[in-house]
Design a protein around this ligand. Structure first.
Ligand SMILES: C[S@@+](CC[C@H](N)C(=O)[O-])C[C@H]1O[C@@H](n2cnc3c(N)ncnc32)[C@H](O)[C@@H]1O
Length: 346
């Protein structure tokens, strides 16, 4: 890359980050919802009225969104709209654009962690906006239909007949709630260390009147003694690399599973070396999320594993074997080549 191309790249990142944070603000303030709810172009006053906002702020933010090409404007600059075919992309990417703002909640704390004599890590419970966004960004139906059920032999039939299921690091439990709704004869328990996520999960389950699901504040690395040999299926998604001791978490999960039963581990498995990730912005997203979230969570003290999201499939396999699991199948996600479902047996 020559110096001019390098400059263009940096300038794209700068301008792109301005457009991204404007999209995130438009999502958070409800401005985007106004566009989703109508097919007709609207004036600034109509938008402000529908969003219960001040005209002046709406006008300025629309300026950003129009210049970024996210919102369309009439030739006389009086009316604004988002074409119908753009809306589903805007919905998806407005959630993603909000991630950097949530990461930024930990900007100062993370700066301290970099210092040789600073703290080692940051807990998930110290920044709950990211937990909320992770939930919003989840395609639960897709995960259940395409990732979980087809990969585990006989799972659907077992869930139909009624089994005990444990998910740890469940966040607000959206996938577990989807499963509990679909399989009323099975019993589901979701655990997470973040209390507010567990409360949200409980509230959602009770608003759906689900009787076969419970949520508890649980630490994967120290599960209750009466969980031993109790569960017919345990699963985790995007959690084990966040633990200061992944080995300890996996051996606790092994203890909770009945002999012969299955543990599903959905994990980040970004292939290739750092050099092979050069100029790959999807990999850049994973490194960024890991720097802000996963590494500080998995690096709580000097002797922590500090795995982070980029630990790779080989380290996942080693950790699973060390805990006693036998890997019976591995499936790479169709929607994200950096995610693998490891199906393991006790
Ligand atoms: C990256 S998020 C993934 C959330 C959810 N599984 C998903 O895929 O949407 C990691 C989750 O693990 C939880 N977590 C981190 N350490 C944990 C621990 N020691 N025990 C239980 N949950 C933990 C976090 O609170 C967070 O909800």
């Amino acid at each position: 890359m020559n110096a001019e191309e390098y400059k263009t790249k940096l300038s794209d990142y700068f301008y792109g980050s301005c457009a991204g944070i404007s999209v995130a603000l438009a999502k958070q303030t409800g401005l985007l919802d106004v566009f989703y709810a109508t097919n007709s172009p609207l004036t600034i006053s109509e938008i402000a009225e529908r969003n219960n906002s001040k005209d002046r702020y709406i006008k300025e933010l629309l300026g950003s969104l129009v210049s970024a090409g996210v919102v369309e404007i009439s030739d006389d600059s009086t009316q604004f709209h988002v074409p119908e075919e753009h809306k589903k992309h805007l919905q998806e990417y407005s959630v993603l654009c909000a991630f950097p703002t949530a990461f930024a909640e930990r900007f100062n704390a993370l700066t301290e962690c970099f210092k040789k004599d600073g703290p080692y890590g940051i807990n998930y419970s110290q920044s709950t906006s990211v937990c909320k966004l992770i939930g919003e960004n989840k395609n639960c139906e897709g995960i259940i239909e395409n990732q979980l059920l087809p990969a585990v032999p006989g799972l659907k039939e077992k869930l139909d007949s009624g089994i005990d299921v444990l998910e740890l690091g469940c966040n607000t439990g959206l996938v577990l709630i989807g499963l509990a709704t679909r399989f009323p004869k099975s019993r589901f328990l979701g655990g997470d260390v973040v209390e507010t996520s567990i409360e949200t999960g409980r509230d959602m389950a009770s608003s759906l009147n689900l009787k076969n699901i419970e949520f508890e504040v649980l630490d994967i690395m120290d599960l209750p003694t009466d969980f031993s040999d109790k569960y017919d299926w345990c699963f985790v998604q995007d959690v084990i690399h966040d633990l200061p001791k992944p080995d300890k978490g996996l051996s606790e999960l092994y203890r909770c599973l009945k002999r012969g039963q299955v543990f599903s581990m959905i994990e980040c498995t970004v292939p290739g070396s750092m050099a092979q990730h050069a100029n790959n912005l999807h990999a850049c997203y994973y490194y960024t999320a890991s720097t802000f979230m996963c590494l500080p969570s998995s690096f709580q003290q000097a002797d922590s594993a500090a795995a982070g999201a980029m630990w790779g499939a080989d380290n996942v396999r080693k950790a699973l074997y060390k805990a006693g699991f036998k890997i019976i199948n591995e499936t790479v996600s169709e929607s994200d080549e950096f995610i693998t479902h490891f199906v393991c047996q006790k």
